[in-house]
Design a protein around this ligand. Structure first.
Ligand code: GDP
Ligand code: IMO
Ligand code: MG
Length: 457
C-alpha cells in the first residue's frame, strides 16, 4: 500500500521505496518488461531521459506492446505515467502512440499520462538533421575504424538535445501552448534551420514558419491536457506517500558522459540522469535494479569487446529474436561482458540485478563470460574504458561454464532451474557482488522468476 513500508528489507520502515530500472549494457535488456512487472507495486512511473529512440516491449496476457515514449506502466489503468523534463518528446509520435494504445483498449488521458512542460520538443528538422549527418558521416572513414557514423535511430535525438544545450533555437513543450510565442520563434528557427540543412547537403524547400507554427499549435492543443509541471507533481506524490518507479531508456553504456563515447546517445541514461531528468533528488531512490541480459547485444556502431561474428552470435540472435524494436535492425550479439556490467552497476549504484533473456542460453554446450580484458600491450585489467578509442584493441578474457540442454525452464523459482543454470547465475553474482533478484525466462510478464526482496516491492 502506498505510504507503508513493504517489508523488513528496507532500512527505514517508515519511508516509501522508490525504485529505478536501468539498463546496464547497450540497450534492449528488457527494461520494458521489468518495469511492467514492477508497476504492480508502484504508483507513478517516470521516464527521465531519451525520446522515441527507445523501444520497450511488453508482453502481457498474450498481447505484445511496443512503447517508445510512453512509460511501460501505462498498461495499468490505475497508475500515473510521467514523461519527465529530461526527455525529448516528438509530439507527433507521442500522439500516435497514445492513439495506438487507446485503439487496443488501454486508458490514456490527461490524468494518467503527464508530460513535463519543460521537456524539449523533437521537431521534423531534428530528424532531417540526424539522418543527413549520418548519411554524410557514413561516407567518411577514419583509418581502420571504418565509418564515422554513429548508427543512430534517426529519431532526431542528438539534434534535439543539441538545441536544448544551445538554448536559443530550442522549443519546449510549454511553448506549444503559446501560439504567439511559438510563431515568433518559428520565424527565427526556420530561417536558421533551412540554411543549416542546406549546408549538410539536404535539398529542402525553405521551411514555412507560419505553416509550422499552425501545425504545432494544433498539436499543442491536443497535448495540452497532459502538459504540466511534473517536478511539483512528483514531489507532491512523494509527500503523499506514493511510490515512484523510474524507467530508464537506452542504457548506461550509451550514457553521454559515461558510455562508449562518441558511440552513445545524447542523454544521461544511466541512473545518474534521474535527478536532473525528473527534479527528484537521487537520495530518494532506495532501490536501483540494473537490467542485464544473460549475454550482450548492441545496435549501431561502437566498441563491443565480446561481439561474436560467427555462428554462435547468429544462434543467439535467432534464439533471442534480436532485432530492434524501434528500427528493426539486427542487433550485434556476443557473450556476457562482466567488466562492462561491473562498471555500469557501479555507475548506477545498482542494488540488485534482473538477468533477462536467460532462456535464450539454453541448449549451448558451454557458455563464456568475460571477466577481464587483455590490453593491446598484453597486460590485463578488470576496468572498463568508457571511450571508443580507449577500448580499441582490448580483447576479452573469458571464463567458460558448462551449459544446460533443457529448453523448457520451470516457471516456479530459481531453485528449480537446472544445476548448471543455477551455477551460471551464482557465478555472475560472485563476480558482480550484487544479488540477482529477478531472472527472465521468456517475454511474458509471467515468465519472471522473482526472489526477495523483489517479491515484496
Ligand atoms: P528494452 O528496450 O530494454 O525494454 O528491451 P526491448 O523490448 O527493446 O528488447 C527486449 C526483447 O526481449 C523484447 O522483445 C522482449 O519482449 C524480450 N524479452 C524480455 N525479457 C525476456 C526474457 O526473459 N526472455 C525472452 N525470451 N525474451 C525476453
Ligand atoms: P532502449 O531504450 C538500443 C543506440 C543507437 C545508436 C546510438 C545513438 O530500447 O534500450 P540515438 O538515436 O539515440 O542518437 O542513437 O544509441 N540506441 C539504442 N540502442 N536500445 C535503445 O533504447 C537505444 N537508444 C539508442 O542504436 O547506436
Ligand atoms: Mg529496446
Amino acid at each position: 500500500m502506498p505510504g507503508q513500508s513493504c517489508c523488513s528489507n528496507h532500512a527505514s520502515p517508515s519511508r516509501t521505496t522508490h525504485t529505478a530500472v536501468v539498463g546496464l549494457q547497450w540497450g534492449d535488456e528488457g527494461k520494458g518488461k521489468i518495469v511492467d512487472v514492477l508497476t504492480a507495486r508502484h504508483d507513478v512511473i517516470v521516464r527521465y531521459n531519451g525520446g522515441a529512440n527507445a523501444g520497450h516491449t511488453v508482453v502481457a496476457e498474450g498481447q505484445k506492446y511496443a512503447l517508445h515514449l510512453i512509460p511501460s506502466g501505462i498498461l495499468y489503468p490505475d497508475k500515473t505515467c510521467v514523461i519527465g523534463n529530461g526527455t525529448v518528446v516528438d509530439p507527433e509520435k507521442v500522439l500516435e502512440e497514445m492513439e495506438k494504445l487507446r485503439s487496443r483498449g488501454i486508458r490514456v488521458d490527461g490524468r494518467n499520462l503527464l508530460i513535463s512542460d519543460r521537456a524539449h520538443v523533437v521537431m521534423p528538422w531534428h530528424k532531417d538533421q540526424d539522418a543527413a549527418l549520418e548519411e554524410y558521416l557514413s561516407g567518411v572513414t577514419a583509418g581502420q575504424r571504418g565509418s564515422l557514423a554513429i548508427g543512430t535511430t534517426r529519431r532526431g535525438i542528438g539534434p534535439a538535445y543539441s538545441d536544448k544545450v544551445r538554448r536559443s533555437t530550442a522549443i519546449r513543450m510549454r511553448d506549444l501552448l503559446d501560439p504567439a510565442y511559438l510563431r515568433e520563434r518559428m520565424h527565427v528557427i526556420c530561417r536558421l534551420r533551412t540554411a543549416e540543412l542546406e549546408a549538410l547537403g539536404v535539398a529542402v524547400a525553405p521551411l514555412d514558419p507560419d505553416a509550422m507554427a499552425a501545425r504545432y499549435t494544433e498539436i499543442g492543443q491536443r497535448l495540452a491536457p497532459h502538459v504540466t509541471d511534473t517536478v511539483y507533481f512528483l514531489h507532491d506524490s512523494i509527500a503523499a506517500g506514493r511510490s515512484l518507479l523510474f524507467e530508464g531508456a537506452n542504457a548506461a553504456l550509451l550514457d553521454i558522459d559515461h558510455g562508449t563515447y562518441p558511440y552513445v546517445t545524447s542523454s544521461n541514461c544511466s541512473a545518474l540522469g534521474i535527478p536532473a531528468g525528473t527534479g527528484v533528488p537521487g537520495g530518494n531512490v532506495g532501490r536501483v535494479l540494473g537490467i542485464m541480459k544473460a549475454y550482450s547485444t548492441r545496435v549501431g556502431g561502437g566498441p563491443f569487446p565480446t561481439e561474436l561474428l560467427d555462428d554462435t552470435g547468429n544462434r543467439i540472435r535467432e534464439r533471442g529474436r534480436e532485432y530492434g524494436t524501434t528500427t528493426g535492425r539486427p542487433r550485434r550479439c556476443g557473450w556476457l561482458d562482466l567488466v562492462a556490467v561491473r562498471y555500469s552497476s557501479m555507475l548506477c549504484g545498482a542494488t540488485g540485478i534482473a538477468c533477462t533473456l536467460f532462456d535464450v542460453l539454453a541448449g549451448f554446450d558451454e557458455l563464456k563470460i568475460c571477466v577481464a580484458y587483455r590490453r593491446p600491450d598484453g597486460s590485463m585489467t578488470d576496468r572498463f574504458v568508457p571511450d571508443a578509442r580507449g577500448l580499441e584493441g582490448y580483447e576479452p578474457v573469458y571464463e567458460t561454464l558448462p551449459g544446460w540442454p533443457e529448453t523448457a525452464l520451470p516457471a516456479s523459482d530459481r531453485a528449480a532451474l537446472p544445476g548448471n543454470a543455477q551455477a551460471y547465475l551464482a557465478r555472475i553474482e560472485q563476480h558482480l557482488g550484487i544479488p540477482i533478484e529477478m531472472v527472465g525466462i521468456g517475454p511474458d510478464r509471467s515468465q519472471t522468476l522473482v526472489r526477495q526482496p523483489a517479491a515484496c516491492c
